[in-house]
Design a protein around this ligand. Structure first.
Ligand SMILES: Nc1ncnc2c1ncn2[C@@H]1O[C@H](COP(=O)(O)OP(=O)(O)OP(=O)(O)O)[C@@H](O)[C@H]1O
Ligand SMILES: [Mg+2]
Length: 266
C-alpha cells in the first residue's frame, strides 16, 4: 500500500535527511517508526503527503507514484492520508469544533453534514464535551485527541501520527495508543513515529528503526503469527486499565539495542 523505494532526501542545506530508504507497509498494518531525534521520521511523513519531494527514489501509495502526481491532484492524495503533526497545527483562534470542521469545509461537505461528522469523530476520540472550547483551554492529552479527530474526519485510509505521546504522562500516553490501536482495528493503516520505548516494547507491532536517515531495523511480523497479534490487542486493552502494567512481551534483543541508544541520546 505504502512503498518507499531507495529514497534519499538531501535538503538545500546539504543535510542528508534520508539515505537509501526502502520501506513497504501493507494495508491495515500498525507500524512504529522509531529512531533518535533527527533520524528522518518526520521527513518520511512529509514525503508521504507530498509536502516535500525525494532527491532520489520513488514513493508510491496504492500503486500511485506520488512524485509524479500533478499539483492539482495533491488534495486528493491528502484526503487519503490523515496526519497528526508533531506540533499539532491546531488553529488557536478557533474552537475545537471549528478546527474539526475546517477540512470538511475545504472538501466541500454541506455544513449540516459536516457538523454531524465533526460530532461523530469528536465522540469517537472522547472529547465531544469540549467542542465549544478553544485549544488553550484543553490539556495536552485532549489536544492530541483533537488532532487525531481532525486527521480522521475525512475517513482516511492511512493515519500518520508524529510523536503523538511526546509530551504526555504515562497513563495518557497509553490512552492515546489504545485509541490509535482501536482506529487501526477498524481498518485504518497507521504509522506512528515515537520515542516512547515502553509503548513500542509492549505493543508487539512491527517496528521500523531509523538512524541518521537509514533504516537500521525492520522486524516485520510474520503474517501467520496470529497468536501474538491477538495478544497485542489484549495488551492494548489491559494497558489503559493499568498504565504501568506493561513489559510482559518477550523483548527482542534488536529492540533493546535501539531503545538503549535512544534513551542515551534523550
Ligand atoms: N527543511 C529542512 N531543511 C534542512 N534540514 C532539514 C529540514 N527538515 C529536516 N531536516 C534535517 O533532516 C534530518 C531529519 O529530520 P526529521 O525532522 O525527519 O527528524 P525526526 O526523526 O523527525 O526527529 P525528531 O525525533 O526530533 O522529530 C535532521 O538532521 C534535520 O535537521
Ligand atoms: Mg520529527
Amino acid at each position: 500500500m505504502i512503498k518507499l523505494d531507495k529514497v534519499s532526501k538531501k535538503f538545500g542545506t546539504g543535510v542528508l535527511g534520508l539515505s537509501d530508504v526502502t520501506i513497504n507497509v501493507d494495508k491495515n498494518e500498525f507500524v512504529f517508526l522509531v529512531g533518535p531525534t533527527g533520524s528522518g521520521k518526520t521527513t518520511i511523513f512529509k514525503l508521504l503527503i507530498r509536502e516535500t519531494l525525494p532527491t532520489e527514489g520513488t514513493v508510491t501509495i496504492n500503486d500511485w507514484n506520488i512524485i509524479k502526481l500533478p499539483k492539482n491532484k495533491i488534495p486528493h492524495l491528502r484526503k487519503k492520508i490523515g496526519v497528526v503533526f508533531q506540533d499539532l497545527k491546531l488553529l488557536v483562534d478557533r474552537t475545537i469544533s471549528e478546527n474539526i470542521l475546517l477540512p470538511l469545509e475545504v472538501a466541500g461537505v454541506k455544513l449540516e453534514d459536516a457538523k454531524k461528522r465533526a460530532d461523530e469523530v469528536l465522540a469517537q476520540v472522547g472529547i465531544l464535551e469540549h467542542k465549544e472550547k478553544f485549544p488553550v483551554q484543553l490539556s495536552g492529552g485532549e489536544l492530541q485527541r483533537v488532532a487525531i479527530a481532525r486527521a480522521l474526519v475525512l475517513s482516511p485510509e492511512i493515519l500518520l501520527a508524529d510523536e503523538p505521546t511526546g509530551n504526555l504522562d504515562s497513563a495518557t500516553s497509553w490512552e492515546i495508543v489504545k485509541l490509535l490501536s482501536d482506529i487501526n482495528e477498524k481498518g485504518t493503516t497507521i504509522i506512528m513515529a515515537t520515542h516512547n520505548s515502553d509503548v513500542v516494547k509492549s505493543m508487539n507491532k512491527r517496528v521500523i528503526g531509523l538512524e541518521k536517515g537509514k533504516v537500521v531495523r525492520d522486524d516485520k511480523r510474520k503474517k501467520e503469527d496470529n497468536h501474538s497479534s491477538h495478544k497485542a490487542s489484549d495488551d492494548a486493552k489491559s494497558m489503559t486499565d493499568k498504565p504501568e502494567g506493561h513489559g510482559k512481551e518477550k523483548s527482542r534483543s534488536s529492540h533493546k539495542d535501539l531503545e538503549h541508544k535512544e534513551e542515551e541520546k534523550e
